[in-house]
Design a protein around this ligand. Structure first.
Ligand code: GRF
Length: 216
């Protein structure tokens, strides 16, 4: 499935998707990397990987919808079928989301619906929760909302700073996003009543407890 990745910065999740897409039998092909930030360092990686890159600088538009129209045109021109947001720091409105309904994925560094928005790791530490994680979901117009495809739980440790926790969560992001994209691109997901059903998943896998000497 022809897939575009939208970034705003370093694009480490985009890199994880690109690397996965280069493995045998992976069902998605990353055909475009688009940034709203002209200086995003992720663009260099994409160019080195011989993936077509584009910049659509949001500052050149006075309305969000005009920015989204150009984004849409670029995606259509590249014959894109699926869009992955990966550290893409612009909110997409109904105008764009309705045109790509059920064809946009996003990754967020928390266990949604908890901790939507920015500064997730700071707020997680402040609240003293034992687990956080990451979520890959289909995009709806409201920020960080939409049917959830995959989540990974990541323990919060006693002495974590936001940076240390962000690094631990990012490792989970890099494992989960390629997995979630493969589920969607291979047609294993369906959305029923705004919940994602996944073909062939019936078993209970790992269950985590933190502190680690808690009940199994
Ligand atoms: C990731 O933590 C992602 O979940 C969040 O922003 C960060 C982007 O990192 N939305 P990168 O650009 O993929 O390296």
């Amino acid at each position: 499935m022809k897939t575009a990745v939208l970034i705003s910065g370093r694009g480490s999740n985009m890199q994880a998707l690109v690397k996965a897409s280069q493995t045998d039998g992976y069902p998605a092909d990353i055909v475009r990397v688009i940034s709203n930030e002209p200086t995003a360092s992720g663009l260099d990686f994409a160019a080195r990987a011989r993936i077509g890159t584009d910049v659509v600088n949001h500052r050149e538009f006075d309305r969000r919808e005009s920015f989204e129209d150009v984004l849409h045109e670029r995606l259509v021109a590249a014959e894109v079928e699926l869009v992955c947001l990966a550290g893409f720091m612009r909110l997409l409105t109904e105008h764009f989301v309705s045109r790509w309904f059920d064809r946009i994925l996003n990754i967020h560094p928390s266990l949604l619906p908890a901790y939507k928005g920015l500064q997730t790791h700071e707020r997680v530490i402040e609240d003293g929760v034992r687990f956080t994680g990451c979520t890959i979901h289909f995009v709806r117009p409201a920020m960080d909302s939409g049917p959830i495809i995959c989540q990974a739980a990541v323990p919060v440790l006693q002495d974590d700073t936001a940076d240390v926790l962000a690094t631990r969560v990012l490792e989970a992001e890099h494992r989960c996003y390629p997995y979630a994209l493969s589920l969607v691109a291979s047609g294993k997901t369906s959305i029923v009543d705004e919940k994602v059903a996944i073909d062939g998943v019936t078993e209970l896998g790992n269950v985590l407890v933190n502190p680690p000497d808690g009940p199994a």
